[in-house]
Design a protein around this ligand. Sequence first.
Ligand SMILES: [Zn+2]
Length: 273
Amino acid sequence: MNSKNLPIILLVGLAMLYSSCSKVPVTGRRQLGLLPESELMGMSLTSYKQFLASNKVLTNGKELAMVKRAGDKLSQTISSFLQNNKMGDRVAGFKWEFNLVEDKTVNAWCMPGGKIVFYTGIMPICKDEAGVAVVMGHEIAHAIARHGNERMSQGLAQQLGGVALSAALANKSQQTQQLFSAAYGIGTQVGAMLPFSRLHESEADELGLYFMAMAGYDPRVAPAFWQRMSAGGGGRAPEFLSTHPSPTTRIANLNKWMPKAIQYYNQSTLKPR
Ligand SMILES: [Zn+2]
């Protein structure tokens, strides 16, 4: 390559980075999203189907009913909230599904595209439907905020630097697959996402709190839920590992966001009356 071309290539790279920046709903944080979300959804769907085929998926029972009810309320509320605020693209192509699998691990996740799995191990910590809504709000928030895409994009930018970025994106399928595997831990343990960064965890806590409130669940139950989580061995699954904010920071943050969450709750038509 002619070194004279380098500044031009760098400029193109920077322009691509800039144009790939978007804003996270509600928090307004600018983020990098280099990969088409549709591609991530495709890869997620494959992993999701493999996961369901190799795990015991419950088909009835009170706990499953709770997961589905909270899931329906949250997904419908979040979709209309985003559409009413011109952010409907965040749920474009989503086909929501809610599952409960028989597994003692304290875990739950939501993949791009709205595929959600709860493990029976997290249910005693949830305790009731409002507790399920805390987890559901948090997991859906990771997907809506496109934290997986952001993590993969950062990986891509880091690995390749600005110069090779355009080349990699032009010829991306294998590279993307590798990044997807790295971001979601596919290959080691299907469906088990690697820990998100602390920033992503906090953002999911904040959005999750608002989302549950919009869906008519009292957000004031969230601090107690996260206390149970930190006391009850929440460190056994990747999604709930050490990158989570410390319990004290988490509770302080939740209380900071609570007034706004209570506003959403008071406006919700779904709250019990
Ligand atoms: Zn999380």
